[in-house]
Design a protein around this ligand. Structure first.
Ligand code: URP
Ligand code: ZN
Ligand code: ZN
Length: 463
């Protein structure tokens, strides 16, 4: 199949040029002017005049079909990746989990099983490490060298579930110094948070807003500082996931200014929502229970600034949806039992485009933080994350004039609410290609479940 995308403005992290894009099979083969005259006949043309042609989005933080908080996230690899495609995201990197008392390989096999035959776009895996032993350290080598799983998440939060001690984090960091992997850290001080949670509950504070009040920004900053210090001593890069507080961002910025290879992502919820959402009436605040929590209004200004000046390298979603009915409701009488997480896999590009439209974010920076930086940091570049001859034809024809209102009724995620319900936006995908196949057009998913391929990622390409 040969497809020519004609007359759009082709945007990469570096350029924005009027050009045609020739797709042959699964790959981009030519980018240039007037390809109809020089590159022969095609099976299909896509008119992109007045539109942008962007690299498909890469979301490096999703939790599909994830058992957590006494239930399982509401999107599996089928519904989640279909929603991703409809929102212009053509690659996801999901978190496989080491089973309690089990091996990394067992966790990886489980995640392959969850995704195979279901994923509608390409996917990779990080591995959540719950126990750092000689065995798991050896397995980390194997995953990096032979399985294409080159990043590992360790937690300083969720005692008894995911939290590991500093020595474990340090050993895992040192291991990545040998094998070229990357440690991703969930940085909040879980032990102290548990004390604050117990004290709040003992005083009868059961409402969702106490989730935010018991996870202070200072404890995110402290853990961020600690993880970076461990990486500095181990002489390896480190990546902070779902950074929410500007106090934590200051730790990343100071480390980077000292020359430490510290990287961090934030998520749309921290850019567009705030602690005030926890104050919504009744149990509505449960919609926003996630960790780290939403921060007070004004905090987002520092995050936007961080994104503009590269203290934050990218925006992922931390997509971890739970329905209000039967899932979030588990914490109706105790905020600490509300499953942590929110949906976002479909709305990341739509929301961030709003900042481009408002001229708060440059067009090239939009591509950088949604596609190119994720690809580079997580071993997918240049196959993914750019538009160039030889790259996968993961492409989004973006209509900057399209108006839409975010609503659970029209979005594809398998969850009964949307945290951004009613938000009016302008700019949306018109056509989405994943490895040369049109998977979204005319407002509908047009791909197939199971067509997504597992991506073997490379070890570190940066330091
Ligand atoms: O609340 C969140 N973030 N849920 C997903 C699990 C995690 O820590 O990323
Ligand atoms: Zn986390
Ligand atoms: Zn997460």
């Amino acid at each position: 199949m040969r497809i020519r995308i004609e007359g759009g403005t082709v945007v990469t992290a570096a350029d924005a040029t009027r050009a045609d894009v020739l797709v042959e099979g699964e790959t981009v083969t030519l980018v240039g002017r007037d390809l109809s005259r020089i590159a022969g006949p095609v099976d299909r043309t896509i008119d992109a005049r007045g539109k942008y042609v962007l690299p498909g989005g890469i979301d490096v933080h999703t939790h599909l079909d994830m058992p957590f908080g006494g239930t399982t996230s509401a999107d599996d690899f089928e519904t989640g990746t279909i929603a991703a495609a409809c929102g212009g995201t053509t690659t996801v990197v999901d978190f496989a989990i080491q089973p309690q008392g089990g091996t990394l390989s067992e966790g990886l096999a489980q995640w392959h099983q969850k995704a195979e035959g279901k994923a509608a776009v390409d996917y990779g895996f990080h591995m959540i490490v719950r126990q750092v032993t000689a065995g798991t350290l050896a397995e980390m080598d194997r995953l990096v060298k032979h399985e294409g799983v080159t990043s590992f998440k360790l937690f300083t939060a969720y005692p008894g579930v995911f939290m590991v001690d500093d020595a474990s984090i340090f050993k895992a960091l040192q291991k990545t110094g040998e094998n070229g992997g990357l440690i991703c850290a969930h940085a909040e001080n879980g032990g102290v948070i548990d004390v604050l949670v117990a004290q709040a509950l003992a005083q009868g504070h059961v409402e969702p807003r106490w989730h935010g009040l018991t996870r202070p920004a200072r404890l995110e900053a402290e853990a961020t500082n600690r993880v970076i210090a461990l990486a500095e001593v181990a002489h390896v890069p480190v990546y902070i996931v779902h950074l929410s507080a500007t106090e934590a961002l200051a730790e990343v910025r100071e480390a980077r200014d000292r020359g430490v290879a510290a990287f961090a992502e934030t998520c749309p919820q921290y850019l567009f929502l705030s602690h005030e959402n926890y104050e919504e009436p009744g149990f509505e605040g449960a919609k926003y229970v996630m960790s780290p929590p939403l921060r007070p209004k004004g905090n987002e200004r520092g995050l936007w600034q961080g994104l503009r000046q590269d203290d934050l390298q990218l925006v992922s979603t931390d997509h971890c949806p739970f329905c209000m009915r039967e899932q979030k409701e588990l914490g109706k009488n105790d905020f600490s039992k509300i499953p942590n997480g929110a949906p976002g896999i479909e709305t990341r590009l739509l929301l961030l485009w709003d900042a481009v439209r408002r001229k708060e974010l440059e067009l090239n920076r939009f591509v950088q933080i949604t596609a190119t930086a994720p690809a580079k940091l997580f071993g997918l570049y240049p196959r993914k994350g750019t538009i160039a001859p030889g790259s996968d034809a993961d492409l989004v024809v973006w209509d900057p004039g399209k108006s839409l209102t975010l609503s659970v009724k029209s979005l594809h995620m398998n969850v009964d609410y949307n945290p951004f319900e009613g938000k009016q936006l302008q700019g949306a995908p018109e056509t989405v290609l994943s490895r040369g196949e049109v998977v979204y057009e005319k407002g509908r998913f047009s791909g197939r479940k199971g067509r997504g391929k597992f991506l073997q990622r490379s070890a570190r390409q940066f330091d």
